[in-house]
Design a protein around this ligand. Structure first.
Ligand SMILES: NC(=O)c1ccc[n+]([C@@H]2O[C@H](COP(=O)([O-])OP(=O)(O)OC[C@H]3O[C@@H](n4cnc5c(N)ncnc54)[C@H](O)[C@@H]3O)[C@@H](O)[C@H]2O)c1
Length: 428
């Protein structure tokens, strides 16, 4: 942890810089870019948030936050102090000494890395970078992305010019919906292309975060990020497979996990679920798998874990159907919680989509509710009074009316483990 006096000194240092020196431009104002923007404002930086989605740009321009963890009042305060402005003009990077890239890095239809959005962002900023600018990639990608993908694209764009751009990687570790860990108190990994770039990046993050961890190369930082999320993918798959094995043999997997969790070392608790979702856990490990294949080998543990997690919604669908089959001809299922995790409205890659689709393909009518989600792939939530034969809690979203459903005597399959004490609830 950086002691309080050093933090104050670091903030004072920022305030002594020239306007350009203390201006940071952040490409992408989503789940990663906007919290970083607000953390940088708090550290004394002048921030330009560059966003190319007209809807997000319009919302933020009127002081409305699109991200649950960033209160709209923070944006409004920062705007009124003149420390934050939203822009849709990428040429504004000229005004900044630090440019961070926080854009999506999804998978394509073959589930291989799709760097087209990152590439576009790099090509957009390249012509406008002033010599001496520090460019940091925070977007998750495979090892070598900074050195072999971003750097050449910037330099090709500026060929023949006498310009020096410093480049570093600082993978984002934000955990949306987490009230304990945030930009400031989550240690930040930093690896630059060369010592000077690393020094500059370490200095920048030291002003924003309590702890910065310097690593020897961008590839170490890029690979560490993939290790962190692959660790989660593999352990989630392990417990999901164990859930199926135990259910087949009538062993209570929750009691098994509780029992194993009494071991004070060498064990970390993971719990059964519908699968994995969001922009990170189902996606990032596939970058590592693709990279292994590109290098002539296989990350077989990732591929197997991915297959187990992808199969989980189908398994859950069967468990839901087992609860009603033979008891009803109507076959209506209520899904409770559709976001990929509690506390967020984000439905990207949610495994609940595959659960819904499998139920529908088995002839079930599906309704859904989620207090944080107003629209899910073009469909609207049902009323609480919607008649159903069975309910499934897919995501333990705060405010779910589980007690109401339980009191109506409707059988409930709880995939979250949170509602075990209510009547009519069976755990996954
Ligand atoms: N969401 C998370 O929990 C999380 C956590 C850690 C790391 N990451 C990584 O961070 C990166 C960003 O993820 P995110 O969740 O913030 O995505 P996001 O979709 O919430 O935000 C990205 C924003 O970038 C904007 N954008 C795209 N191209 C642009 C361009 N050329 N110019 C300006 N704006 C542009 C998009 O409109 C969008 O608003 C990804 O690589 C992701 O894997 C995400």
């Amino acid at each position: 942890m950086m002691p309080r006096r050093r933090k104050q000194q670091s903030k004072d240092k920022v305030s002594l810089m020239s306007l350009r020196e203390r201006t940071i431009a952040i490409i992408g104002q989503g789940y990663v870019g906007l919290p970083l923007a607000m953390a940088a404002v708090k550290a004394g930086w002048n921030v330009i948030g560059i966003e190319n989605s007209p809807t997000k740009f319009a919302g933020i321009s009127s002081g409305i936050s699109p991200v649950e963890d960033v209160p709209s009042s923070d944006i409004q305060d920062a705007m009124s102090k003149g420390q934050y402005r939203i822009s849709n003009s990428v040429s504004d990077v000229r005004e900044a000494s630090v440019v961070t890239i926080c854009v999506p890095t999804p998978l394509d239809a073959q589930r291989s890395p799709d760097l087209s959005i990152l590439e576009q962002a790099v090509l957009d900023i390249a012509p406008h970078l002033v010599s001496g600018t520090l460019v940091i990639n925070e977007s998750t990608s495979f090892p070598g992305t900074l050195r072999d993908f971003i750097y050449p694209r910037i330099m090709e764009n500026r060929s023949g010019e006498d310009i020096k751009v410093h480049l570093a990687v600082a993978p984002e570790r934000v955990n949306p919906g987490d009230v304990r860990w945030h930009q400031k108190n989550t240690p930040r990994l930093v690896g630059g292309l060369g010592e000077e770039a690393t020094d500059l990046a370490v200095n920048f993050y030291s002003s924003v975060c309590d702890e910065v961890v310097r690593v020897s190369s961008p590839e170490v930082a890029e690979t560490a990020k993939l290790l962190e999320n692959t660790f989660r993918l593999v352990n989630i798959a392990l417990v999901n497979q164990l859930t199926q094995l135990c259910a087949d043999q009538d062993i209570n997997v929750h009691e098994v996990i509780d029992a194993a969790s009494t071991k004070p070392y060498g064990f970390m608790r993971f719990t059964p679920s519908v699968g994995v979702g969001g922009h990170c856990i189902p996606v990032d490990p596939m970058y590592l798998s693709w990279w292994a294949e590109k290098n002539g080998t296989r990350a077989s543990i990732i591929d197997q874990s991915d297959a187990i997690n992808v199969g989980m919604p189908i398994y859950v669908s069967r468990r839901v159907r087992d609860l009603v089959d033979g008891k009803s001809s109507a076959k209506r299922v209520l899904i409770m919680g559709v976001a990929y995790k509690p506390g967020v409205k984000d439905v990207r890659e949610t495994p609940v989509t595959a659960l819904r689709d499998d139920l529908i393909s088995n002839g079930y009518e599906v309704g859904w509710i989620d207090p944080l989600v107003a629209d899910w792939e073009g469909s609207s939530p049902v009323d609480l009074s919607w008649e159903c034969d069975v309910a499934v809690i897919a995501t333990a979203q705060p405010g779910l009316p589980v007690e109401n459903i339980s009191a109506r005597g409707i059988p409930i399959l709880d995939c979250t483990g949170v509602f075990k004490d209510l009547a009519n609830v069976v755990r996954l």
